[in-house]
Design a protein around this ligand. Structure first.
Ligand SMILES: *[C@@H]1O[C@H](CO)[C@@H](O)[C@H](O)[C@H]1NC(C)=O
Ligand SMILES: *[C@@H]1O[C@H](CO)[C@@H](O)[C@H](O)[C@H]1NC(C)=O
Ligand SMILES: *[C@@H]1O[C@H](CO)[C@@H](O)[C@H](O)[C@H]1NC(C)=O
Ligand SMILES: *[C@@H]1O[C@H](CO)[C@@H](O)[C@H](O)[C@H]1NC(C)=O
Ligand SMILES: *[C@@H]1O[C@H](CO)[C@@H](O)[C@H](O)[C@H]1NC(C)=O
Ligand SMILES: *[C@@H]1O[C@H](CO)[C@@H](O)[C@H](O)[C@H]1NC(C)=O
Ligand SMILES: *[C@@H]1O[C@H](CO)[C@@H](O)[C@H](O)[C@H]1NC(C)=O
Length: 873
């Protein structure tokens, strides 16, 4: 079974991984390069709840068993702390329920909301020691997904209601009313992972008098697609702020709960990003200018692709106010399917918020809604129309990262246009900063925010302090939104295409435009398409600045050259003509040029150029980074004076670093292809006389490394930047080994499945003959193809008949059980005969079947059933 599907996936994964679009960050910043402000306290973990307060100029941090108040301007400054430990009694109760004392039974701060939160007294920063029931407001288990938003003193959460975490709930809690919640039913919420919730205010100028709305974002198990396992679906759900529940139907339940599918896919590759991890709502002055950003990955995490999709709020509204409903239909009496509801829904429109029109009909609150409408919304919470992303595809697709968090800031660049700058945090502690320019995305930089490779659990942005705050299990990090000062040349500053940064020709510095007063803005140079041609022509290096390099004949020379941009290519010129890799005895490595066995004709001028293609400008920009004059030492008969001499491969790195202290010492070592990160800058004056050695090493295998001085800071050459190894291990973009591994894994799985199916007689004749030959069985040699599968079908039908007549026989009862369980969850009931299809956008069966409101009985609808469906391959 399922081979077709497996094959499709295999092909899909490979195709997407190799041919899919992919963006590479232009610049990479390592943690140790940046000097970020960090906060953590020994023994305290899980700094995952962050809250910015404008009033108190503070960042509140909820960790395990502690809450901190940090300075928003400098998170290393702690202003307050409160400890919240678990008393002995609850601890015993908790451990008795089978939870871990070290992990699960501690207090985790999951909700921090100001200023309405009663429990944290901000005046003296003490906790009110009268804990209230967190049931329905906060999850019991710290690892469970969970989201909250506080709107006008009412707490909206998406969480689990019971201790085991099996009963999902979206609720509204207010001190004056009883909890308003979702119906407990798989068609409302089916194993959801909540990621975000926020309110969209209609504003005062809304003519139809509609209510404010709270949007929830989550991933849940699909009910509408048939699939050979659990198919996850990203969703947006909506409720109205003024909802009070129904009078008879849906008492104390949402009368306005509706949900729709969020689409984030690459239609051209038929690839779907079906897990949403975080959402950021970029609010405009009018709600119509609001844009929703989400980060997505695929359920099949190994593909290693992450995407950012953006949604127009108007489009979301449209789906909720006009979209078609879906309904559960029973097909062939054994099988539940979700199909489009083609009838005419009752009025007022089920799930709509109360507006002026309804008020005219004397419906001033949800308590007055007719039962017909309420019963309909109870049975039809799912809309058929999906929410499509702006541009019908992702804004950004990145390979080999798992995005976990997203924040977005709007920046007005010097060209007068407004750009959305997207900050995405990964599960490896890295942040990407991207900008969309004319529909194309450009990743400006990647920043290693966290010291260790761990997940960014929370990411906040403050426009006021121009900072990002990242929370992780081990601490909190504050980072500026831009690193303009680190671009040391005009070319670099402009090619970075960072809307925050511009080049100031007067001070010869790359500056943050937000730090610049208005009257100075005009003289700044910025070009978001990366047109570095606007830069004043740099005086650059002249031949007299070139570094002199002298080697003895037959030895090797390494000419270092660092390229900071990941988008640039290195071009080496000797005597003015371009060197290619194919040239004799030349090797262009990441950090420089290697010349093996230097011969007299190799002498001359060598120049290292960076060639950067700026696609938006449609031009290449070249810059001279380093220049050398290579010459031979003649005659080579001089005793060795100084310098570390070694023929050992291993000691190469150490000794060359030591040699860096000396000026002009030479270093001989065996050549390795892995070149150490150089501890020097690329362009330098190289003056002292070189050392020679005539006796020790066989000439062809020796290398000369030069360890020049740093340039004086006044020099305006582009190469005089601080060094950065372009291939820091955490920032690698090469995934070919992983792919190969994935392929092998699938192949082995395939073989195993093949062997198993062959053994189990599920496979066609050739295999069965082989099996027969091996096992010496003649019985199965002529078994027709897929007989086992057919048998399964027959058995299933039989079981179903028995179910209908309610006379379970011994044979049928097991099947009946299974079928019943499957029917209850609303997904796949067909036997596995290669039936698993890749989800497509068509809903196979549109036949309107009789409307049958389903009653959800919490007892029979045990969550074990919803959990029971295992992936089948
Ligand atoms: C932040 O505060 C710490 C401790 O007071 C101080 O050492 C550091 O210089 C401050 N950093 C900045 C950027 O103000
Ligand atoms: C809390 O932090 C610890 C230590 O890093 C980690 O092992 C654990 O998984 C975290 N727990 C949660 C709920 O994030
Ligand atoms: C959203 O869509 C509406 C209507 O199609 C359009 O007027 C508006 O400009 C769009 N907003 C954004 C941010 O794309
Ligand atoms: C609404 O209520 C008012 C007063 O109770 C009544 O006069 C009016 O006819 C009602 N309108 C509708 C549409 O039911
Ligand atoms: C992304 O996450 C998945 C699932 O957690 C993991 O298997 C995969 O290795 C991660 N990929 C990267 C590039 O971190
Ligand atoms: C560079 O030019 C010099 C003198 O014009 C010549 O001797 C040398 O061989 C040339 N080197 C290369 C690499 O072309
Ligand atoms: C830009 O430079 C790259 C690398 O040197 C080269 O492959 C490409 O052809 C150049 N493109 C144009 C338009 O000059």
């Amino acid at each position: 079974m399922g081979f077709g599907v497996l094959g499709v996936f295999l092909g899909l994964l490979l195709e997407v991984s190799t041919h899919g679009p992919n963006a590479v960050p232009r610049t990479s910043w390592r943690h140790q390069d940046l000097d970020l402000m960090e906060f953590s306290e020994p023994g305290i973990f899980n700094y995952s709840t962050l809250l910015l307060s404008d009033k108190r100029d503070a960042l509140y941090v909820g960790a395990r068993e502690a809450i901190f108040e940090l300075s928003k301007k400098n998170v290393t400054v702690k202003n307050n702390k409160v400890q919240w430990t678990v008393a002995e009694n609850p601890m015993v109760m908790c451990t008795l329920k089978g939870k871990s004392k070290e992990r699960d039974c501690l207090n985790y701060i999951r909700v921090l909301q100001v200023p309405q939160c009663d429990y944290l007294n901000l005046a003296d920063f003490s906790l009110d020691r009268q804990p209230e029931d967190g049931r329905g407001k906060c999850s019991f288990d710290p690892s469970q997904s969970f989201t909250t938003v506080m709107v006008d003193g009412e707490l909206y959460s998406g969480t689990a209601y019971n201790f085991l975490g099996s009963e999902p709930i979206m609720s509204k809690y207010s001190p004056s009313q009883s909890l308003l919640r979702t119906e407990y039913s798989t068609s409302w919420l089916n194993e959801p992972s909540f990621v975000f919730a926020d309110v969209i205010s209609e504003g005062s100028n809304r003519v139809d008098g509609e209510d404010d709305k709270i949007y929830y974002f989550f991933t849940e198990v699909s009910v509408e697609y048939e699939f050979f396992g659990k198919l996850l679906i990203p969703r947006v759900a909506r409720v109205c702020k003024g909802d009070l529940g129904g009078q008879r139907t849906l008492q104390k339940k949402w009368t306005s709960f509706l949900k729709a599918k969020l689409v984030c896919s690459m239609p051209e590759l038929n690839f779907v990003f079906n897990v949403v991890h975080d959402v950021f709502i970029l609010k405009g002055a009018d709600w119509k200018d609001t844009v929703i950003y989400g980060v997505f990955t695929s359920q099949w995490g190994n593909v290693g692709l992450s995407a950012v999709c953006a949604y127009n709020m108007t489009a979301v509204e449209e789906v909720f106010s006009k979209g078609k409903y879906m309904q559960k239909a029973t097909v062939e009496q054994s099988h539940t399917k979700w199909v489009r509801y083609n009838g005419i829904p009752p009025t007022p429109r089920p799930g709509a918020c109360i507006n002026n029109l309804m008020r005219q009909q004397n419906i001033s609150s949800s308590l007055h809604l007719p039962d017909k409408t309420l019963q309909f919304v109870k049975d039809h919470p799912l809309l058929e129309d999906p929410v499509l992303p702006i541009g019908n595809g992702p804004r950004l697709i990145t390979k080999d990262v798992n995005y976990t968090q997203i924040v977005v800031e709007r920046v007005r660049a010097l060209d007068g246009n407004i750009y959305d700058v997207i900050f995405t945090g990964t599960d490896k502690g890295v942040m990407h900063k991207s900008v969309v320019y004319e529909g194309e995305v450009h990743i400006v930089e990647e920043i290693q925010l966290l010291k260790n490779s761990e997940s960014i659990k929370n990411l906040l942005l403050s426009s006021e302090t121009r900072s990002l705050y990242a929370g992780s299990d081990s601490g909190v990090v504050q980072s500026p939104t831009a690193f303009c000062g680190r671009y040391r040349s005009c070319d670099d500053c402009v090619l970075a295409r960072d809307p925050y940064c511009a080049w100031d020709p007067d001070t010869a510095a790359c500056v943050n435009i937000l730090d610049t007063t208005k009257q100075w803005l005009r003289r700044l140079i910025q070009s978001l398409n990366g047109d570095a041609g606007k830069c004043p022509s740099a005086s650059g290096l002249s031949v007299k600045d070139y570094q002199r390099v002298k080697v003895k004949p037959g030895s090797s020379a390494e000419l270092p050259c660092l390229v900071r941009s990941n988008l640039a290519q290195v071009m080496w010129k000797s005597n003015g003509s371009v060197l290619t890799e194919a040239s004799r005895f030349h090797f262009i490595a990441e950090n420089g040029l290697l010349i093996y066995s230097v011969a007299p004709e190799d002498q001359g001028h060598y120049e290292c150029w960076s060639v950067e293609w700026a696609p938006a400008a449609g031009k290449n920009f070249s810059r001279l980074l380093a220049g050398y004059v290579l010459s031979l030492i003649l005659p080579p008969r001089a005793p060795q004076q100084a310098g570390h001499v070694t023929t050992s491969l291993i000691s190469q790195e150490t000794s060359s670093t030591q040699a860096a202290e000396g000026n002009g010492k030479t270093e001989r070592a065996l050549l390795t292809s892995a070149i150490a990160p150089p501890s020097f800058t690329a362009t330098a004056q190289f003056t002292s006389p070189p050392q020679t050695d005539s006796s020790l090493t066989p000439p062809p295998s020796s290398t000369i490394r030069f360890q020049p001085k740093h340039l004086p800071p006044s020099s305006n050459t582009p190469g005089s930047q601080d060094s950065r190894p372009p291939a820091a291990e955490y920032l690698q973009h090469n995934n070919s080994t992983a792919l190969l591994f994935l392929f092998l894994l699938f192949f082995l799985l395939f073989l195993a499945a093949l062997a198993y199916n062959c053994y189990m007689q599920y496979l066609p004749a050739p295999c069965l003959r082989l099996r027969a030959a091996l096992l010496g069985s003649h019985k199965s040699a002529h078994q027709p193809e897929y007989r086992a599968c057919e048998a399964g079908l027959m058995e299933a039908t039989a079981g179903d008949k028995i179910n209908m007549t309610e006379q379970p026989t011994q044979n049928g009862s097991q099947t009946t059980q299974n079928l019943k369980a499957l029917r209850d969850t609303g997904y796949e009931t067909e036997p596995e005969c290669g039936n698993g299809r890749v989800p497509s956008h068509t809903f196979g069966d549109d036949s309107p079947s009789q409307e049958k409101p389903f009653d959800v009985d919490p007892d029979s609808q045990s969550i074990q059933f919803a959990d029971a469906d295992e992936p089948n391959f």
